[in-house]
Design a protein around this ligand. Structure first.
Ligand SMILES: C[S@@+](CC[C@H](N)C(=O)[O-])C[C@H]1O[C@@H](n2cnc3c(N)ncnc32)[C@H](O)[C@@H]1O
Length: 219
């Protein structure tokens, strides 16, 4: 089961609506965060097991809600990407050391195999061209890379947002659906947390086991 595809004009139109909307909503993404959200964000970031020096990409970063948590793991570099320029402007003010990139994730031009960990927090339902996005994410990730798709308020919150939204929100996948959707990009599901107020999908590349065939010496 592949991701649905839309024509390019429609992708551009929906992205433009989102950009305008999120440029207006900057203040809403700033602390204080709703009760329980800081703890759930900690669980989301912990799911990636970031190691010292790894390179991290935060897709649909907004004002950078994940950034201080990411920094606490001492990554080598954090890239923060978003469609909305005003979100990134606020992020740079809040966290001057972070490299921001104004782009749809599907169009990011970071080098091949550059990123160890990709977070898509509270943004998966918003990504209009998911086929393009995950093709590009897979290209940029290292062979041992981890992809974390999450929402700190869970699926029901997204259902409520959908009622009054000027753009569509896709559902978060169940486990078997996720296996099918992501296998073309060579990701397998490592873990799925689906609680009333928390969704975390952790995906990994299947580990490549290199076997060297050394002749065994007969004595
Ligand atoms: C609901 S906000 C979440 C912001 C942040 N991750 C957080 O948890 O507070 C979704 C963000 O994703 C961005 N976004 C939507 N589609 C995107 C895409 N295709 N590529 C990059 N960013 C995108 C929007 O501009 C918006 O800032």
């Amino acid at each position: 089961m592949p991701f649905k595809t839309l024509d390019e004009k429609e992708i551009q139109r929906l992205n433009r609506i989102q950009r305008e909307r999120f440029d207006e909503l900057v203040e809403r993404f700033e602390p204080p965060l709703p009760e329980g959200v800081p703890e759930r964000l900690s669980r989301i970031v912990a799911a990636a097991g970031i190691r010292n020096g790894e390179v991290v990409l935060d897709v649909g970063t907004g004002t950078g809600i994940l950034v201080p948590l990411l920094q606490s793991y001492r990554p080598g570099r954090i890239y923060a990407c978003d469609l909305a320029g005003k979100m990134l402007k606020r992020l740079r003010k809040n966290y001057p050391g972070v490299e921001t990139i104004l782009s749809d994730v599907r169009d990011l031009t970071l080098p091949d195999a550059r990123i160890d960990v990709v977070f898509i927090n509270a943004c998966y339902p918003n990504i209009v061209d998911k086929a393009g996005a995950f093709k590009n994410v897979a290209r940029m990730m290292t062979p041992a890379g981890r992809l974390i798709i999450s929402h700190p308020l869970g699926k029901r919150f997204v259902d409520r947002l959908r009622r009054n939204s000027p753009f569509p929100f896709d559902d978060f996948p169940e486990k078997s659906e996720a296996e099918q959707l992501f296998s073309p990009y060579r990701f397998r599901v490592e873990m799925l947390v689906d609680e009333p107020e928390l969704y975390i999908l952790t995906l990994r590349r299947p580990s490549t086991v290199l076997r060297t065939s050394r002749p065994t010496r007969q004595q």
